[in-house]
Ligand binder design. Structure first.
Ligand code: HEM
Ligand SMILES: *[C@@H]1O[C@H](CO)[C@@H](O)[C@H](O)[C@H]1NC(C)=O
Ligand SMILES: *[C@@H]1O[C@H](CO)[C@@H](O)[C@H](O)[C@H]1NC(C)=O
Ligand SMILES: *[C@@H]1O[C@H](CO)[C@@H](O)[C@H](O)[C@H]1NC(C)=O
Ligand SMILES: *[C@@H]1O[C@H](CO)[C@@H](O)[C@H](O)[C@H]1NC(C)=O
Ligand SMILES: *[C@@H]1O[C@H](CO)[C@@H](O)[C@H](O)[C@H]1NC(C)=O
Ligand SMILES: *[C@@H]1O[C@H](CO)[C@@H](O)[C@H](O)[C@H]1NC(C)=O
Ligand SMILES: *[C@@H]1O[C@H](CO)[C@@H](O)[C@H](O)[C@H]1NC(C)=O
Ligand SMILES: *[C@@H]1O[C@H](CO)[C@@H](O)[C@H](O)[C@H]1NC(C)=O
Ligand SMILES: *[C@@H]1O[C@H](CO)[C@@H](O)[C@H](O)[C@H]1NC(C)=O
Ligand SMILES: *[C@@H]1O[C@H](CO)[C@@H](O)[C@H](O)[C@H]1NC(C)=O
Length: 365
């Protein structure tokens, strides 16, 4: 009798342990180290890949960082920017405002490595978040620990883009209002705009400042843009050239530093939305303080806080999204049954097996 009940007790303990294991994987929020158990090498794999990719092509740091910010600001950090259009849906990436986005293949190649190491475990939205923070780290910016556990969304509509994106001519009031929709402040705007210390913009993004600014003469340019810088930019972007890429921070375009704030303070902010930061008291004060700073610690610490806040916008938790196999397409409906076992289904099977054994044993005894 005693051995029977202890065998039963042991099985019950197994079942209980399995049950207790479930809440850990159904955690409703992002958390630091969400892949500690399911894919402990995930963050290291992303960092190694990004290091290798940027060693070959340093210019890809900017595109990856921007991809992440656009994803988060467009309905949440759920990887919707990565989805391709389909026969019956035009995706966010194909909206006119997003045509300049680059770096999709960087995300795809990192995801491919993760699918080899831990199939079906790491979401595309987390790959993008980790790759973006590594862009900052590898360009000599701060290392930013970020929570993970985002899941991927299945909606991506070009129609969502224009109403939810900063317009090319947006005023600082527009930008502050846009950020406020995500509970981000004017300070977050000033801090996150500091990302423009790396990367490049197409001539199309700022040539309206260089030519025909007053609508009646091609010789007119934006009077708030430094005259010498205007001349330099006209050399780089001839009238009508929309495609050439120009450094956002000409003094140090591949280094994450205070250069952006020095540019903006000196009337050399490339985009009108950069220059606009001088037109609001809070954002202006931040720009001028960082332009004058002798060390980057304050900006780096601020950037880390604002970046983590941005990285939490609209995240999908365990119940709401999926772990895409390929970042550019939603999983096919059949993926669930034909896919290698996920953590969740592994748990479910274990649990079912334990319960069946308990029942079977109880009947036998
Ligand atoms: C509210 C504000 C923002 C506006 C209006 C804005 C606008 C732009 C524009 C127009 C470009 C040039 C795109 C092109 O011509 O290809 C650009 C590039 C970039 N943006 Fe922003 N941005 C904003 C916020 C952010 C944030 C929050 C981040 C990241 C934290 C970011 C990171 C970047 C980077 C890294 C690039 C360079 C991309 C490349 O090298 O391809 N931006 N941004
Ligand atoms: C993962 O490990 C790190 C480092 O030990 C720890 O800080 C973090 O809380 C862990 N996360 C989870 C979800 O276990
Ligand atoms: C998504 O679109 C890109 C660019 O057109 C293409 O290279 C990629 O193969 C597409 N993804 C899939 C899974 O078809
Ligand atoms: C879109 O087309 C796919 C096949 O390409 C189909 O499976 C899906 O049901 C369609 N969705 C809608 C909303 O029409
Ligand atoms: C902003 O904060 C309010 C109050 O805390 C909250 O109800 C709302 O969901 C938040 N919005 C976003 C987009 O996070
Ligand atoms: C941003 O993060 C800081 C520090 O974690 C927090 O105190 C603050 O409330 C966050 N702000 C928003 C808008 O989420
Ligand atoms: C401005 O320059 C463009 C391209 O060179 C030219 O086609 C256009 O006629 C010019 N417009 C004016 C008002 O000079
Ligand atoms: C536009 O700018 C040109 C060149 O700077 C100037 O000659 C002209 O008077 C301006 N026209 C208007 C309407 O401001
Ligand atoms: C523009 O360049 C000229 C010649 O290099 C220089 O004398 C002048 O001070 C510069 N102006 C500004 C506003 O930087
Ligand atoms: C930088 O600091 C100096 C001295 O405190 C001040 O005169 C100057 O206006 C400041 N410049 C900016 C851009 O804030
Ligand atoms: C997309 O995700 C939503 C929310 O999780 C879900 O209700 C819906 O069934 C999904 N649609 C498809 C086609 O997978």
């Amino acid at each position: 009798m005693a051995s029977r009940s202890s065998a039963l007790a042991a099985l019950n303990v197994v079942a209980l342990l399995v049950l207790c294991g479930l809440p850990a994987t159904t955690e409703a929020h992002t958390q630091f180290g969400a892949y500690n158990k399911t894919c402990p090498q995930a963050e290291e794999i992303v960092f190694k890949e990004m290091t290798a990719i940027l060693a070959k092509s340093p210019d890809l740091a900017g595109p990856v960082l921007r991809l992440f910010s656009v994803d988060c600001l467009l309905g949440g950090c759920e990887g919707s920017i990565l989805l391709n259009s389909t026969a019956n849906n035009t995706a966010e990436k194909d909206a006119p405002l997003n045509k300049g986005l680059r770096g999709y293949d960087v995300v795809d190649s990192i995801k491919a490595k993760l699918e080899v190491a831990c199939p079906g475990v790491v979401s595309c939205s987390d790959v993008l978040a980790l790759a973006a923070r590594d862009s900052v780290r590898i360009t000599e910016g701060p290392y930013i620990p970020i929570p993970t556990g985002r899941q991927d969304g299945n909606r991506s509509s070009a129609a969502d883009v224009a109403p939810n994106s900063p317009k090319p001519g947006a005023t600082v009031t527009d930008l502050i209002a846009l950020f406020a929709r995500f509970n981000l402040t004017a300070k977050d705007l000033a801090v996150l705009s500091g990302a423009h210390t790396i990367g490049r913009a197409h001539c199309s993004a700022f040539s309206p400042r260089l030519y025909n600014f007053n609508g009646s003469s091609n010789a007119s340019s934006d009077p708030t843009l430094d005259a010498n810088y205007t001349a330099t930019l006209r050399g780089q972007c001839k009238a009508g050239d929309l495609a050439t890429l120009v450094d956002l921070d000409p003094s140090s375009g591949t280094t994450f530093d205070l250069g952006y704030y020095r540019d903006v303070a000196a009337s050399k902010g490339l985009l009108s939305t950069d220059a606009a930061l001088l037109l609001d008291a809070d954002t202006r004060a931040y720009v001028l303080r960082q332009a004058n700073a002798t060390a980057n610690q304050e900006f780096f610490a601020d950037f880390a806080v604002s970046f983590v806040n941005m990285s939490k916008i609209g995240v999908l938790t365990h119940h709401k999204g999926e772990i895409r196999r390929q970042c550019s397409v939603v999983n096919p409906p059949s993926a669930h049954s034909s896919a290698p076992m996920t953590t969740m289904s592994a748990h479910a099977v274990l649990l079912a097996t334990s319960l069946i054994s308990v029942l079977a044993l109880a009947l036998l005894l």
